[in-house]
Every structure is written in C-alpha cells, then in structure tokens.
Design a binder for this molecule. Structure first.
Ligand SMILES: NC(=O)c1ccc[n+]([C@@H]2O[C@H](COP(=O)([O-])OP(=O)(O)OC[C@H]3O[C@@H](n4cnc5c(N)ncnc54)[C@H](O)[C@@H]3O)[C@@H](O)[C@H]2O)c1
Length: 249
C-alpha cells in the first residue's frame, strides 16, 4: 500500500482526491495538511507540515504556492516524493522546486489532465507547421474562485507552443488601452472568470483569411485528481528528478 499525504485536503481538489483515494486499493491517505483544517476526515489533519508527525512515501499537493516552503522542507527531511499540482508559483519558487528535485523525485504539472497533455502535443505540431506565420492567442475560462491568472494550464500550453517555434514569443496577459496593437512576436493570453466553469482552454491560430482553433473543455475536476493520483503511483519510487506528464504518458 502506498501511503500518501494530501496537502490542501480541505479544498475543492483535496476533497475530490480524498474521495478518489478512498476507492483506490493501492493508495492510502495517512494524513492531510491544510491551514484551514477541515473536520470529518478519515485521516489526521494538520494545519502545517511543521506540525505533521506522520511519514508517507508521497505527498500530493493541491493547496497554494504559500505552502511550498514548508512542503519542500518536509519532503527533503523525510525523503518523500512530491506531486505538485498547485499552480501560480513564482520564478524563484520554480527554481527552488528544481533544486529540491536533485534530492527527491518531484512530479509537477500545471495540468494533470490527460486530454490537455494530448493537446500540448497537437499544439507543438501546429506551431512548428504554421506558428511563425499565424497570430496565436489563448483564451482560458475558469470559475470565479480561481486565484491565479493566467491559469497554469494556459502557461503550460503557451510554453509548448514556444518550444516548437524557432523564435520564441513573449506572453501578453494584459492587453488594454489606446496603444495596444498586437505585436507579431507575442502570444496573447486572456483569462475569463465566472460562475462554476471547471476549465476551458481555447487556442486560436489566426492567419490571413483562415483561422484554426483547438479547444479543450474540462467537464469535471475529477480528471485532475485522477491524473495526480496516477502521478503519485508513477513517482514515489523514482530516482530524484523533475518529472512531468511527458515522462509518465
Ligand atoms: N495541476 C492541475 O491539473 C490543477 C487542477 C485543479 C486545480 N489546480 C490547482 O490546485 C490548487 C488548489 O485548487 P482548489 O480549486 O482545490 O482550491 P481551493 O481554494 O478550493 O483549495 C485550496 C486549499 O489549500 C489550503 N491552503 C491554502 N494555502 C495553504 C497553505 N499555505 N498551507 C496549507 N494549506 C493551504 C486552503 O485552506 C484550501 O483548503 C490551485 O493552485 C489550483 O490552481 C491544479
């Protein structure tokens, strides 16, 4: 049995993951961490990793970037694998994650969805064929509780496009005002927030007299928990390193 700690166990995704693990024969949730500790969990819950006395082989994190420092400290001290699903890390935090992955295995993905990761591949193909000549824009839509913008998935898709282009484009996430004509070397990223939208990502390649659009719609947040759980099973016994969906699929 694989022993896991759920970080952010009181949040929306933490609850979905808890329910999924309850039905899984290979994984057991041995503890949870949340700075707003929820009641009625079948495992002990701690308000921080500093207080957590329980060992596990893997932590699955759906919390917030503010949890990263204590999360990494715990994982490094206890040699515990880490699945980082939270989004919105700063560049400095991403550097710290890379450094920690020299000591423990860390799986990180801005999207744990299998469909999004397929779309990443399709986008690379499209970008290498026409990306230099077409204007590329990304429109993402999420529920009104989402904190970070643009979404981690939008950035992951933009990075995939950029990887396939000979000349890298910059990201424009705030087009507004009288002097905001589109730059040829940018990818515009637009964040729509409202209601209970689970997650939509639409990528537009706009050329002269023709447009290609690729769109992924998440109908339920279960898909992210399923991907994160699969990542936990994949990573817990790996050698130290920084892993993502490309390594797993
Ligand atoms: N990678 C993916 O596929 C994917 C999919 C869905 C959500 N996410 C990300 O997962 C995160 C959580 O999403 P959610 O919708 O469940 O949010 P949520 O707000 O419902 O849950 C977050 C939980 O983390 C807790 N928390 C916040 N800061 C903390 C800290 N410093 N220490 C401990 N606990 C802390 C909160 O109390 C809350 O219970 C977000 O970053 C979101 O973008 C990623």
């Amino acid at each position: 049995m694989l022993n896991a700690i759920i970080s952010g166990c009181g949040g929306f995704m933490g609850n979905v993951l808890t329910q999924l693990i309850e039905k899984d024969d290979e994984v057991k949730a041995v503890a949870g961490v949340d700075n707003t500790p929820p009641a009625n969990k079948a495992y002990p819950v701690y308000s921080s990793f500093e207080d957590c006395t329980i060992d596990a082989q893997v932590i699955i994190d759906f919390s917030h970037p503010s949890a990263l420092e204590s999360l990494l400290k715990y994982a490094l001290e206890r040699k515990c694998a880490l699945v980082l699903a939270a989004t919105g890390y700063s560049n400095e935090q991403n550097d710290n994650i890379l450094k920690a992955s020299e000591t423990v295995p860390i799986f990180q993905s801005g999207s744990m969805s299998l469909g999004i990761n397929l779309m990443k591949k399709l986008l690379k193909q499209a970008a290498s064929a026409i990306g230099a000549d077409f204007d590329i824009e990304i429109i993402e839509r999420h529920h009104n509780r989402k904190l970070d913008a643009p979404s981690g998935t939008a950035l992951l898709l933009a990075d995939a496009i950029n990887e396939a282009l000979p000349n890298k484009k910059t990201y424009n996430c705030s087009r507004s005002g009288a002097d905001s004509k589109r730059d040829k070397d940018e990818i515009g990223i637009h964040a729509i927030r409202g209601g209970t939208i689970v997650g939509e990502h639409e990528i537009v390649f706009a050329g002269n007299d023709e447009i290609i659009e690729l769109k992924h719609t998440s109908l339920s947040r279960n898909i992210f928990a399923v991907g994160a759980l699969r990542a936990a099973k994949f990573i817990y016994d790996k050698t130290p390193g920084h892993y993502n969906m490309d390594d797993m699929l």
